[in-house]
Design a protein around this ligand. Structure first.
Ligand code: NIG
Ligand code: FE
Length: 509
């Protein structure tokens, strides 16, 4: 259901976008700039339909690749350090897919470079985009038939980032709770007072579908600008049939009107609504019924629950998730975010796709998850923002349990109002002690599996979707090291160039 449909040309208003320019030039210092060659890149981002129907053939040369390619499944433990680095690499984008990603010498041998057989064949088959091509330093230029050959100047090129845990669709914001937080009121206490999640529930119930689409669309545009090309999104701000289904329909609509792919998760049991106070069992029965409707209408792929002290117990979570699993939904769980209830043990028992947060989990629970192939989705932006001293034990998960770890923003209006996976990458380095290679694996390949999209996105490999980020640096470590700014230079989604940023001065010098 996640395939994007026809995209209208109107486009949401975008904030803070810079004039589109394509830059080329030398590695490191002095990245030169030239006016954008192919349309206005930012406009393409606003109007993803602009170059639809023009499949195009694009060859990125002079790239430092991290392909994350090869084998099956998420990478576990130490294997997460293998990002498939290729110096002097080439990426061939053919239509919406990757046709080649690897060393230049191999691209040459296979006929993917200027004058090569495969390029000629593809041009003859009408695959060329016909757009202006950037002149490269190494003799590349416009290929036959207007093939777009783009010299990326030695920049790092990775798969598009995947954010596998967000609460994308909601109304309102909660900056008014900042003062309470700073005064030391704990997150769960704000919820008990009727604030927190319940305050966003009130706003989301009151919002129209159109308002929710418009707000989420702005959020997705911001995520895309920061390199995120696929997101998992949870409902959970309705806590009633009408609003939960409204949130899920908004996700479906988002897949039709903008380029970032949204993977829908039903999180009906995110909190107990006031009308069901002290009747949690009846509320869960109602939520199982909503899950069945969502599943029948193709509106959700996963089910999730907030398993936490004072919210839903392990036994309640087991009952809800087991019922959803029988409906054919994949299982995810907000587990042990604050208290060690045993959510990780439950995730392992149920064969969940992911165990999320897992901050207070027992080591035994984490080990069981690793053994059961459950991916740990860690959310260091949340523990940082809540001011918690304890963060998920990523080192134990990778070094001792041999788990597959993914990273996500947890984007939501309460515990983590942040769209940038790049900032989460910095938190992962400093708070979780993850290496730059592990971090990249956790926001690409492993995150793709966590979002149920491991077979289509998350790597640069022939046949995978052409979701590609060109970074304004040649160094992987530079991204988590230099935090708080956007290092994206260009983004391609399904082969279409959707972001070009003005870069240069702020580039790595
Ligand atoms: O993952 N902890 C539960 N759910 C979200 C927060 C939602 C909210 O505060 O609105 C989380 O942190
Ligand atoms: Fe969450």
């Amino acid at each position: 259901m996640a395939e994007g449909g026809a995209m209208p040309e109107d486009g949401a208003r975008r904030e803070g976008m810079e004039v589109a320019q394509r830059s080329e030039g030398a590695r490191g210092a002095g990245m030169e700039r030239m006016e954008v060659a192919r349309g206005a890149g930012m406009e393409v981002a606003q109007r993803p339909g602009a170059d639809r129907g023009e499949p195009g053939l694009r060859v990125l040369v002079n790239a430092r690749l991290a392909t994350l390619a090869g084998g099956d499944g998420p990478r576990r433990g130490r294997a997460m350090r293998d990002v498939g680095l290729v110096e002097d690499g080439v990426v061939v984008i053919r239509g919406e897919s990757i046709a080649f990603a690897g060393p230049r010498a191999e691209a040459e041998r296979l006929g993917w470079l200027a004058g090569g057989r495969r390029l000629r064949d593809a041009a003859a088959a009408g695959m060329a985009g016909g757009g202006a091509a950037a002149d490269g330093e190494g003799g590349e230029g416009s290929g036959p038939g207007g093939i777009d050959i783009l010299d990326v100047g030695g920049r790092l090129v990775t798969p598009g980032l995947v954010d596998p845990h967000t609460h994308l669709v909601h109304a309102g914001s909660r900056e008014d709770e900042l003062a309470q937080k700073l005064a030391g009121v704990p997150y769960l206490q704000i919820l008990r007072r009727g604030g927190g999640i319940l305050s966003t529930v009130r706003a989301t119930r009151a919002a129209s579908e159109e308002e929710l689409v418009a707000k989420a669309r702005r959020t997705l545009a911001r995520m895309l600008e920061h390199g995120t090309t696929t997101v998992e999104a949870k409902s959970g701000y309705g806590l009633d049939a009408e609003t939960e289904l409204k949130q899920l329909r908004v996700m479906r609509r988002l897949n039709e009107v903008q380029p970032v792919e949204v993977v829908p998760t039903f999180l009906g049991p995110h909190a107990v609504p006031p009308e069901y106070r002290d009747r949690t069992g009846a509320f869960l029965d109602e939520m199982v019924a909503v899950a069945a409707r969502a599943r029948a209408e193709g509106l959700a792929e996963f089910a999730d629950i907030f398993c936490e002290a004072g919210v839903f117990s392990v036994e309640e979570s087991r009952r809800f998730l087991s019922a959803c699993r029988r409906l054919g939904l994949g299982v995810k769980i907000h587990a042990d975010e604050i208290h060690p209830l045993g959510g990780a043990e439950l995730a392992a028992e149920l064969g969940a796709v992911t165990v999320d947060h897992a901050v207070a989990s027992t080591r035994d629970g984490l080990r069981r998850c690793a053994d059961a192939g459950v991916i740990a989705v860690l959310l260091p932006g949340t523990t940082w923002n809540l001011g918690h001293a304890r963060h998920a034990d990523a080192r134990f998960l990778m070094d001792e349990a041999g788990a597959a770890v993914a990273l996500a923003t947890d984007y939501n209006p309460g515990s983590c109002p942040c769209e940038s996976l790049q900032l989460v990458m910095a938190f992962a380095a400093n708070l979780l002690r993850m290496t730059p290679e592990e971090i990249l694996c956790a926001v690409t390949r492993n995150a793709a599996y966590a979002a149920g999209r491991g077979r289509t996105v998350g790597r640069l490999e022939p046949g995978w979707q052409a979701d590609v980020v060109v970074w304004d640096t040649d160094s992987l470590a530079y991204i988590p090291y230099h935090f708080g700014v956007n290092h994206v230079h260009m983004v391609f989604k399904r082969g279409r160039q959707v972001v070009i940023r003005r870069t240069g001065e702020e580039g790595r010098a």
